[in-house]
Design a protein around this ligand. Structure first.
Ligand SMILES: [Fe+2]
Length: 398
């Protein structure tokens, strides 16, 4: 028995940390919902991948054979270096443990497939990663928002260094986390490796694309790393008492601008998004939620640039009639609060966050937003009470 244990102890790290095949980035959580989530990671070599899922608990991950969820499309398991495994059939507001696996593929000729080593996250000498699904019946929601990080990892660390799964339900990246996406690897060096180190293995990220993520040779591949429940950069999700609408404001200059080299098509894209937004705001889920928060990188006010005007022209009229509690923006690198009615033709408050501050937000009976600097000092507090006639969530006991 003792010999068996020693052999196991020696061989196990070889499986996890084998030379050659490696997990290079991640894992991190995308598209978190009430019944599913997508786990994303990369490896240095081509591999097929899966996730093993276990209920929350103190028993060993080795206590039982765990159900496997594979990375596949159209029935074929995917082979590549980017791995995205969607876990489905989960229960709302429930904690799970997970372990990632990648099996190296060395050769594939005709009917002959040759596999190499298997790498996996460590559940032997470390606790397995965990996550908790969203739950619209949860009385209290705590989340953080950052924007315009522009690859300043040290700023990101200062802002989000203290968050964990106990104090934060989710994190929102509100655009321009990177300046130009020249190579896919830069997604990690610019902000995702830091995010994974800090929280992203266990706290889900929701991404609102900024204008800078649309730029660079690798920008068309950017979405592959941040899949959503709509297959688009614009999507919705409900967490606790909040219905979130995430919009993609696209580029900030006219599509024909010399800077885009003929590659931009954002006017038509925003028009298509407007039609989608109209269907969202007429849905029962949207209307029945206690609170409605819009996330969009470029604000619809404060500038005469084309992108700003497009956001105002194509999104605001729909949102004016939709009892929006607050719109959260970035882009200008300057804090600004525009109260409801302050800006002509905009019937909801807008909070523009600075590039060197972050938003610490809690929602229960009302929405409380604390804008904080990198030392954690609160600079401004904004409170939003429910619209008259809206369902008021019960005050939780603290
Ligand atoms: Fe921007």
């Amino acid at each position: 028995m003792r010999l068996k244990f020693i052999i196991f102890y020696i061989s196990f790290p070889l499986l996890i940390f084998s030379q050659g095949m490696k997990i290079t980035h991640g894992p991190y959580l995308q598209g978190m919902g009430e019944n599913g989530v997508t786990v994303v990671w990369t490896t240095n070599n081509d591999a097929l991948s899966w996730v093993e899922l276990a209920p929350a608990g103190d028993d060993s991950f080795y206590a039982a054979e765990r159900p496997r969820f594979y990375d596949y499309e159209h029935g074929n398991k995917n082979i590549g270096k980017l791995h995205r495994v969607t876990l489905s059939g989960l229960s709302p507001g429930t904690e799970y443990r997970y372990r990632i696996f990648s099996k190296e593929m060395i050769g594939y000729e005709g009917y002959s497939v040759t596999y190499g080593k298997v790498v996996a996250s460590n559940v032997f000498s470390q606790k397995p990663y965990t996550f908790k699904t969203l739950n619209r019946k949860k009385e209290r929601l705590a989340f953080k928002v950052v924007n315009d990080i522009h690859a300043q990892n040290s700023n990101l660390k200062s802002m989000l260094g203290s968050i964990n799964k106990s104090n934060t339900d989710l994190v929102i990246f509100n655009g321009d986390m990177i300046s130009t996406v020249n190579h896919e690897e830069e997604i990690f060096s610019a902000f995702m490796d830091t995010s994974v180190d800090l929280f992203a293995k266990e706290v889900p990220i929701f991404y609102a694309r900024g204008n800078h993520e649309t730029r660079g040779k690798a920008s068309p591949a950017f979405f592959n790393y941040f899949p959503t429940n709509t297959g688009e950069y614009y999507y919705t999700f409900q967490a606790g008492p909040v219905f979130f609408v995430v919009l993609d404001s696209g580029e900030d200059k006219p599509d024909s601008d010399i800077e885009y080299s003929g590659l931009a098509c954002f006017d038509e894209y925003r028009s298509r998004q407007k039609t989608w937004l109209e269907s969202v705001t007429s849905s029962a889920e949207f209307k029945d939620a206690p609170f409605r928060i819009v996330i969009v990188h470029i604000p619809p006010a404060g500038s005469t640039w084309h992108g700003t005007k497009e956001v105002a022209d194509k999104f605001v009229s729909t949102l004016n009639n939709a009892r929006i509690d607050v719109m959260l923006c970035g882009h200008t690198h300057d804090y600004q609060f525009i109260s409801k009615g302050e800006e002509k033709n905009i019937d909801f408050p807008i909070l523009i966050n600075d590039d060197e501050t972050w938003l610490d937000i809690t929602v229960d009976a009302d929405i409380v937003i604390r804008q904080k600097d990198m030392s954690g000092k609160t600079l401004h507090v904004h409170t939003f009470i429910p619209h008259p006639g809206d369902c008021i969530p019960p005050q939780p006991t603290r």
